[in-house]
Design a protein around this ligand. Structure first.
Ligand code: TYM
Length: 332
């Protein structure tokens, strides 16, 4: 069975539609056909020093949403990244294989450090993509389901795997990104050329999985559409309508040309109403299951601990080899 792995950060009180369509939905589908590992990237969240209570809360909310969206602890190992301490260990080894210039080219670091101010951004933010490479390589993952914003980080993971293999002998599988073109970048409802993002979208631009149906409906009805009144996909001239068409198509399984025909001559109002209903229909059951799971924190914590135990087995196997290859003495 081929192996898939992905991680998601607990940086907000809810995931959003971009996370769901770009990533989580693929996790749920892939657990049926692959050996699957999915984790909450709490170590990555530490790069911006969240308040401890906030991190704890958000990590549980993230876990509950993953299970609520359909990840099954029997089929997939779902865990908190920090519980498998080998991630941090491998990150150090890989940091030592990465060039300063190579790390400095990561565009997400450049964006984020610009936001925090070059000198107050943490070193962790700089080494962030190398920890991500460790996450992936430690499980010998074949495929990594992500949105297109993670593509550059995936490239770095591939480069580091190849470099390590050529310096120290075959150790890591070289992972491939698994990116679905149609949903690789869901955009902000108010700024439809920018990606929908936990950190940079305004509340009006973002559709949260755990949001009330009425709020979701309002945001979609007020989404920026474009001049004219035709419901047609046109990335260049109609980025807002195109984004909504992609969303509706992904959620209903109806191809975009069919939607264009269906909404011909009807204007934006009817179209947006259908988008809203599709989003609400998708999110409502996830929200209900998430709330139930959050009502029993002890059980939720136990589920994560069990997931980590499964993941750790695989991680340890890789690390034995890695230490030996690097020339570190055996521990027992
Ligand atoms: P994060 O937490 O920012 O996002 C989680 C996943 O959601 C995808 N995504 C989107 N997809 C489509 N449209 C959008 N608007 C959109 N916004 C977010 C992201 O591409 C991602 O797949 N560095 C990662 C977390 C991570 C990771 C890993 C991923 C840590 N270790 C190892 C894969 C493998 C991140 O910050 O994702």
């Amino acid at each position: 069975l081929a192996r898939v792995l992905s991680g998601i950060q607990p940086t907000a009180d809810s995931f959003h539609l971009g996370n769901y369509l770009g990533a989580i939905r693929q996790y749920v589908a892939l657990q049926d056909t692959h050996e699957a590992f999915f984790f909450i990237a709490d170590l990555h969240a530490l790069t911006v020093a969240p308040k401890p209570d906030e991190l704890r809360r958000r990590t549980r909310i993230a876990a509950a949403q993953l299970f609520g969206a359909g990840l099954d602890p029997e089929r997939a190992a779902v865990f908190a990244q920090s519980h498998v301490r080998e991630h941090s260990e491998l990150a150090w080894y890989l940091i030592c294989q990465t060039g300063m210039g190579e790390a400095g080219r990561m565009t997400q670091f450049k964006d984020k450090s610009a936001r925090y101010g070059e000198s107050s951004a943490s070193v962790g933010l700089f080494t962030y993509p190398i920890l991500q490479a460790a996450d992936i390589l430690i499980y010998q993952a074949d495929q990594v389901p992500v949105g297109v914003d993670q593509k550059q980080h995936l490239e770095l993971s591939r480069d580091l795997a190849q470099r390590f293999n050529s310096r120290y002998g075959q150790t890591f599988k070289v992972p491939s990104p698994y990116i679905l073109k149609e949903v690789e970048k869901i955009t902000d409802l108010q700024d439809p050329t920018a990606k929908m993002s936990k950190s940079s979208s305004s509340p009006q631009g973002i559709l949260d999985v755990l949001e009330e149906p009425n709020v979701l409906r309002k945001k979609i009805m007020r989404a920026v559409t474009d001049t004219g009144s035709d419901v047609v996909a046109d990335e260049e001239n109609k980025p807002g309508v195109t984004n909504l068409l992609r969303i509706l198509s992904a959620l209903t399984g109806t191809p975009i040309p069919e939607l264009e025909t269906r909404f011909a001559g009807q204007g934006y109002g009817t179209f947006k109403k259908e988008v809203a209903e599709a989003v609400i229909e998708t999110f409502s059951p996830i929200r209900e299951r998430t709330e139930k799971l959050l009502a029993d924190e002890a059980e939720l914590d136990r589920m994560l601990v069990a997931g980590a135990a499964r993941a750790r087995k695989v991680a340890r196997e890789t690390m034995e080899q890695v230490r030996e290859r690097l020339g570190l003495l055996p521990t027992s």
